[in-house]
Design a protein around this ligand. Sequence first.
Ligand code: MN
Length: 365
Amino acid sequence: MRARPGKRPYAGLTDVGRVRAHNEDSVLLEPPLFAVADGLGGHEAGEIASGVAVAALLAAAPAHLDAKGLGRAVRAANRAVIKAAREGRGREGMGTTLTAAVVESTRIAVAHVGDSRAYLLHGDTLERITRDHSMVADMIRQGTLTEEQSRSHPNRSVITRALGTDPNMYADTFEVDAEPGDRLLLCSDGLTGMLTDEHIAEILGDYGDPDMAVRMLVDAANEAGGHDNISVIVVDIVGERAVGGPARSHRGWLAVLVWALAVAAVVGIAVWGTYRYASERAYLIAEDGVVVVYSGLPGEFAGVSLRWLAEETTITVGLLDPVTAGRLNQGIAVEDLDAANALVDQYRALAEARSGEADNAPGGP
Ligand code: MN
């Protein structure tokens, strides 16, 4: 375990439950990107479908908060699942749900397909922010079924939209504003099929630590029967607190002065916040055929680049597998330099193993 200053404001957990033999869910914790996928297909195919989906999502996800871009990444993940089945990984007909979120400060972009959900906890209120693509959800919307009845309905797991079958599938996308102190929850139906929204809200309210919260949610779903795989991600919204505006009683030049100071403070805090955030982050990228580590963030912000060269490695990108090489060409954002260095070690070992293989190949030198 690497030492970390301060605690990360998010946690995720996936559990097989008490009935199923395999865990076909996948979770993705690559801040600012988070996702839950619930695979379908049996015989390990569901596991492959959800795994392929989150890997493809990560490779295609936009670097910044952009719901439409996130929706396009979900479509790319859909094509990846279809392609995998055609190539004999998993099997034809395998599929997966995918609920993805990008969190930047207090704004959240969501893209989703299927019945894995996103919720936002604000105070004691747990708001469901996605609409299930499922047969029972349609029946509830039509008024022919109640929420309670849907829990035991024989078709409760039939979903009306999933990744893996229709190349023209689209995702629901939207952005929401949260407030500092709110919590984002992403989860598979193994949680929501076992616990009511009220019960989920209670647990989220009782456990402030995200690691504890995901643990207690999974435990509660298992205690309730654990009929399905259970996946849970909790992200605490910590974004900078809004600075209060000037009092309305100020008039004339004083009001102007106060406004100017307030604006300067807001801009200053935003710049400082972004700078601080950027300076703690790191990313790896392919440059001139080798892996290079930067601290900061890829791209530009208001015309300013927030990155500082940390290390130019001797790892040849061409020696890595094509998926990793592709991701490196785009840049792989990680939490901090420790995480970047861990990845560098991993890639160095991979590259060394692969160059070793090439040297020992039959007919080679
Ligand atoms: Mn499920």
